[in-house]
Design a protein around this ligand. Sequence first.
Ligand SMILES: [Zn+2]
Length: 151
Amino acid sequence: METVLNSEQRVARAKLAADTRWGKRFDWESSTIDDGLAKLADLRSEAERGGLILQRRMSVERVNDAICYNPDCKRGADGQPMRIDIGSGRFAGSKSRINNDTGIMETAYACSAACYLYLSNNFKHSPATEREPIKEVNPDVVNNEAAVSKI
Ligand SMILES: [Zn+2]
């Protein structure tokens, strides 16, 4: 079998892959509600399964050490930022946040109080995307029938 593809073959292969992937997409618009609910239950079950497996893997394959978050930290070997052995618990502090771009939790560690101060000031949640302003509601047109009927 030929393993080296020229550019046209690569493009054709990519198009086939994209068509195949999109062709397998569930048709949410025209399927019956029951089929849609069944498909949604399947997806939720698969997502839960994936979440549990990843959680288990992350606890088994977790990172054992980290570099101090403070770029000016010079407590490590050769004046480099300190390498922290997370399992030993010998670090000044850590902070976690959810990366808005990936949705993945990320944690930073600091080796000393001074580095933790830097960490606290700089490792923050990125600001949430701005929400749409709340539309003003004209009280005269608010549907308040339920309240009126109880009077
Ligand atoms: Zn440090």
